[in-house]
Write a protein that binds this ligand. Structure first.
Ligand SMILES: Nc1ncnc2c1ncn2[C@@H]1O[C@H](COP(=O)(O)OP(=O)(O)OP(=O)(O)O)[C@@H](O)[C@H]1O
Ligand SMILES: [Mg+2]
Length: 403
């Protein structure tokens, strides 16, 4: 059997105790191998987490630069971005402190004097397994943001949501939060009767059946909630939108938000998103703005693995091609989407999504599969294509119903 490797970061200022933990993890055996790294201050630990590659943190609360619950809060803030579980290993055997850290999100609270190799090893293995299951079952909220107007943000949001639905067969909501345009319904070829505004006004009776009656649906059974826009008349407060999203999120496996651009409303929704897809075209102005948005997102606490760049080759005269480049402005280029003006025009005229075989859809299918952790589809021969629908996962009965 292949040996499983768990990368453990120990944040502990006592070198002797750190040595003991190293000994425990080296000797506890089983089918798991622990790779231990060590930081003796909070600051050192936080920068190791930021560098990535940590599966679980063992945390001592009393450090030279931080003490008690404050230590835990600081590590949790940093670790949450990457979903890293924290096992507290503290000298303090205080029931109230232990309960408080568990309440605030620690996976476990172990007391140094009562700990041993088997106990620590088991706590680490359980913490990592539990977190993996939680992450796999949780609704993932993807915000799609444009570097500037007209770069193809709505096009990407619509096709990403469509492909998440088609490729995974899971329950997907596409939410139009662009108060200035609200083009999602037009692009998806649906005529919604209701919008976010109705959902906000009816918040108190918003259960699953009420929500199911509010959303519009595509033929693929992708759910769509229309923009709260009334062409500049009413502005729905961001808090109300956040509340609606929070309430309906559990009905879905994926929520894709067309956030349009970074503004006061979308800033307020950043914390409700797990990941941001930042769309830029290949023109100089769009790239310049993309850099400013990456910087602004970092200031708002959204950085590193939470930002994925989509380079949309929608400009007829590109200043740059994202192909074969791993990153720009410190953000990963997740995909480069080909120019496909004819297909997009046809799709708008026909009031249905671009054809599944179009270059745009195929690239977005690749993005959706990668996001969902599905293997990349290989190029297929004519015979395989004839039977192409059979290799998809079965669709869940109806989005909106618990699986
Ligand atoms: N890959 C592409 N190839 C060709 N045309 C594209 C591509 N992506 C988008 N477009 C076209 O660019 C125009 C703007 O696209 P879209 O509405 O998606 O951009 P947006 O960033 O959401 O704009 P807005 O700022 O108005 O919300 C549309 O006509 C769309 O069809
Ligand atoms: Mg748009």
């Amino acid at each position: 059997m292949e040996e499983k490797r768990i990368s453990v970061l120990l944040i502990e200022d006592n070198p002797e105790f750190a040595g003991l933990v190293q000994h425990w993890l080296a000797t506890c055996g089983g089918e798991v191998a622990f790779a231990l790294s060590w930081a003796d201050t909070l600051a050192g630990g936080l920068s190791q987490i930021a560098r990535g590659g940590v599966d679980v943190v063992i945390l001592d609360l009393g450090l030279p630069d931080s003490e008690g619950l404050g230590t835990f809060a600081a590590v949790r803030r940093r670790a949450r971005t990457s979903d890293i579980p924290i096992v507290v290993l503290s000298g303090a055997d205080t029931e109230s402190l232990a309960l408080q850290t568990i309440q605030e999100g620690a996976e476990d609270y172990l007391v140094k004097s009562a700990c041993n190799a088997a106990m620590l090893s088991r706590a680490l293995r359980y913490a990592v397994t539990k977190r993996t299951v939680e992450v796999a079952n949780r609704t993932r909220v993807i915000g799609v943001l444009g570097s500037k107007g007209g770069v193809g943000t709505t096009t990407i949001a619509c096709n990403l949501a469509t492909e998440l639905r088609v490729q995974t067969g899971k329950r997907v909501l596409l939410a139009d939060v662009d108060v200035d345009a609200g083009m999602v319904s037009l692009m998806m070829g649906v005529d919604p009767q209701y919008s976010f505004q109705y959902a906000v006004a009816n918040f108190n009776r918003l259960d699953q059946s009420c929500w199911n009656a509010i959303v519009a649906r595509t033929t693929d059974d992708l759910h769509i909630i229309a923009s709260p826009a009334h062409l500049g008349l009413d502005v729905v407060p961001v808090e109300a939108i956040r509340q609606v999203l929070g309430l309906v999120q559990p009905f879905y496996d994926w929520v894709v938000l067309d956030l349009a651009r970074l503004n006061a409303l979308t800033q307020g929704l950043l914390n409700s998103t797990d990941e941001i897809f930042l769309v830029t075209s290949t023109g100089i102005a769009a790239l310049h703005q993309a850099k400013r948005v990456v910087d602004a997102l970092a200031k708002a606490g959204v950085e590193g693995p939470r930002i994925h760049l989509i380079v949309n080759e929608s400009d007829p005269s590109p200043a740059f091609s994202g192909r074969d480049m791993p990153t720009i402005f410190g953000a990963e280029i997740y995909a480069t989407v080909p120019r496909d003006a004819q297909e997009l025009y046809r799709s708008l005229m026909d009031r249905k999504p671009p054809a599944e075989a179009s270059a745009l859809r195929r690239e977005m299918a690749r993005v959706a599969r990668r996001l969902a952790g599905l293997p990349e589809k290989k190029g297929r021969g004519a015979l395989a294509k004839m039977f192409s629908r059979s290799d998809r996962p079965a669709k869940s009965s109806a989005p909106g119903k618990p699986a």
